[in-house]
Design a protein around this ligand. Structure first.
Ligand SMILES: NC(=O)c1ccc[n+]([C@@H]2O[C@H](COP(=O)([O-])OP(=O)(O)OC[C@H]3O[C@@H](n4cnc5c(N)ncnc54)[C@H](O)[C@@H]3O)[C@@H](O)[C@H]2O)c1
Length: 332
């Protein structure tokens, strides 16, 4: 079944490229819109690539009008917390101003449906766990603030034009396409699982563990890791939900299970036979000890539940891209 085209900003990036694959598998035609500042042209395999900066409203409007798309899935952003603290204006420009530019282009073409990549970073340091969608959003860094501002701008604009939206707040994306056709390639890499795998493969120095004295069972930070192909599928669920007339929504995308850094180190060693060398480092400002989602709203609203997000499956799909063989993983 051939279904309508969908514009995917950031479609050459990690989560965007996996989502293009998931869309194509469900019969949609993904059109990636990406200026390749951190993305990779060779990750765009399931539809055309329009190489354009989202700041260019006129070109966006031309692409939108020509495509006939009725939905935009908006991944394109700068996404490094540390960098956002050093260069906040770049983040307000590339995340907030470009979202306004994109919404203006959509308005010109009467496109009124958006699915947006938000983040658990909008919650800051939560007082209670797990984090639900009604947990107060109090971001503690410019990156998180840009995501919260975008949520509010999208909500205000699309409500004013009678459109609809899904604001999807991801926890930690990890893993890689099970078929091996895509992988995580951030430069510089700051995400824990690729850094840990690179350290285990001897391709990088030992992993710096920022804080070993948190109030967690082993003293290291706990995060909620969701497989990127599960995340991608959640976007297709959100698209089908909105197309079927579902009300606009904001949803957490996580598993509800947390893993500490040292638990990940143990899993890597167990699965690959390689120890993951690490060294303690001071805590980083603004790093919450534990971030774990309450995933029940996504299940209730979208009928979405992760299928690949146990740590063995995440590592089984990611490790080969870092030259590590996984010998003992449970098969999901
Ligand atoms: N990776 C995670 O764990 C995670 C967690 C929460 C939220 N997110 C959000 O998910 C989205 C995707 O993250 P990712 O990890 O795939 O990042 P990524 O860097 O791999 O992908 C972002 C893509 O956007 C493109 N892009 C950036 N600015 C652009 C612009 N002005 N014009 C055109 N293209 C532009 C980049 O070239 C890149 O291909 C981001 O919005 C990020 O904030 C990611």
């Amino acid at each position: 079944m051939t279904r309508p085209p969908v514009i995917v900003t950031g479609g050459a990036g990690f989560i965007g490229s996996h989502t293009c694959r998931a869309l194509a598998q469900r019969g949609f035609r993904p059109i990636a819109v990406d200026d390749l500042r951190t993305g990779h042209a060779d990750a765009v395999k399931w539809g055309p690539l329009e190489q354009v900066d989202l700041a260019d409203t006129d070109r966006l409007a031309t692409i939108l009008a020509r495509s006939g798309a009725k939905t935009v899935i908006h991944f394109a952003a700068s996404a490094y917390v540390g960098e956002s603290m050093q260069h906040p204006l770049s983040y307000y420009t590339n995340n907030v101003a470009t979202t306004v530019s994109l919404l203006r282009a959509m308005a010109r073409c009467d496109v009124t449906r958006m699915i947006f990549s938000s983040s658990c970073a909008t919650y800051g340091i939560p007082k209670r766990l797990p984090i639900t969608e009604s947990t107060r959003q109090q971001p503690v860094n410019p990156y998180g603030r840009t995501k919260l501002m975008c949520e509010e701008i999208i909500r205000d604009h699309l409500t004013s034009v009678g459109g609809e939206f899904a604001l999807l707040r991801y926890f930690n994306a990890a893993g890689a396409d099970p078929m091996g056709t895509l992988r995580e390639r951030h430069e510089p890499e700051t995400h824990l699982i690729p850094l840990a795998l690179l350290a285990a493969a001897g391709l990088r120095p030992p992993l710096k563990v920022f804080g070993t004295d948190y109030d967690t069972p082993d003293g290291t930070c706990i995060r909620d890791y969701i497989h990127v192909s599960d995340l991608a599928r959640a976007h297709v669920c959100a698209l089908e939900y909105l197309e079927a007339g579902g009300a606009s929504t904001a949803l957490n995308l996580g598993t509800g299970e947390g893993l500490s850094i040292l638990e990940i180190a143990d899993a890597i060693e167990r699965l690959t036979g390689h120890p993951m060398p690490w060294q303690p480092a001071p805590r980083r400002a603004g790093d919450p000890p534990v971030l774990v989602a309450d995933p029940s709203a996504a299940r209730d609203v979208l009928g979405f539940a992760p299928r690949l997000s146990d740590i063995d499956t995440i590592l089984r799909h990611a490790a080969p891209h870092f030259g590590l063989e996984v010998r003992h993983a449970r098969v999901a």
